[in-house]
Design a binder for this molecule. Structure first.
Ligand code: 5RP
Length: 223
């Protein structure tokens, strides 16, 4: 199986997992990226079996609406059982690096609200130690240089993601050369820098379930 087929397999596995637990009032949190897109396409076949979705980005909202799935405002949604999203890296404890698609802040907000965060990924995303994938940090534009200097003090090499503005109107610094042995601490340390909106470490709130697409089939890892 190629990488897209593995992504498709985990997207379908996520739909199979949540579908028996949905009813006509259910709202599903939906992530961003190519794996999340496969999930949206698979979920759309069952759009009569749930109410609608919360989108973690404008791109995801557009894809959901394109399928005729209602998209709701998170502020008017009290209950969210499931959030389903891809990742750029996961370790065995389901700590993640996300934000390759620049949607990390909204993704983190929806993940925080959801009772169950199901991460879907092909096998290449599972790593022993986080950090080979550059860590995305969303930054208020006027703070970019200051935040970059602070990130260097934390041992990273930040690179400005040129030409990218997030859905929130901010910029992204991708931090290279971090070996992240304590993701919970590093997440908090980076978030404490003035001007940082959030960073792509999902460690304080990791995934609850990782559906991993492998050549031998979909494997389930639990926290
Ligand atoms: C977007 C993300 C994505 O989940 C992450 O980049 C993985 O993307 P893909 O499913 O395309 O590999 O965090 O901000």
């Amino acid at each position: 199986m190629n990488q897209d087929q593995l992504k498709q397999a985990v997207a379908q596995a996520a739909v199979d997992h949540i579908l028996p637990r949905l009813d006509s009032k259910s709202i599903v949190g939906v992530g961003t990226g190519s794996t999340a897109n496969f999930f949206i396409d698979a979920l759309a076949k069952h759009k009569m079996d749930f109410d609608g979705a919360i989108a973690s980005s404008e791109a995801t909202a557009a894809r959901l609406k394109g399928h005729g799935i209602p998209v709701y405002d998170l502020n008017s949604t009290a209950e969210l059982e499931f959030y389903v999203d891809g990742t750029d890296e996961s370790d065995e404890r389901l700590h993640l690096i996300k934000g390759g698609g620049a949607a990390l802040t909204r993704e983190k907000i929806v993940a925080a609200v959801a009772r169950t965060f199901i991460c879907i990924a092909d096998a290449s995303k599972l790593v022993p130690v986080l950090g080979a994938f550059p860590l995305p940090v969303e930054v208020i534009p006027m703070a970019r240089s200051y935040v970059a200097r602070q990130l260097v003090k934390l041992g990273g090499d930040p690179v400005y993601r040129e030409g990218v503005l997030t859905d929130n109107g901010n910029v992204i610094l991708d931090v290279h050369n971090l070996s992240i042995t304590d993701p919970v601490k590093l997440e908090a340390d980076i978030n404490a820098i003035v001007g940082v909106v959030t960073n792509g470490l999902f460690a304080a709130r990791p995934a609850d379930l990782l559906l991993l697409g492998t050549a031998e089939g979909v494997k389930t890892l639990k926290r």
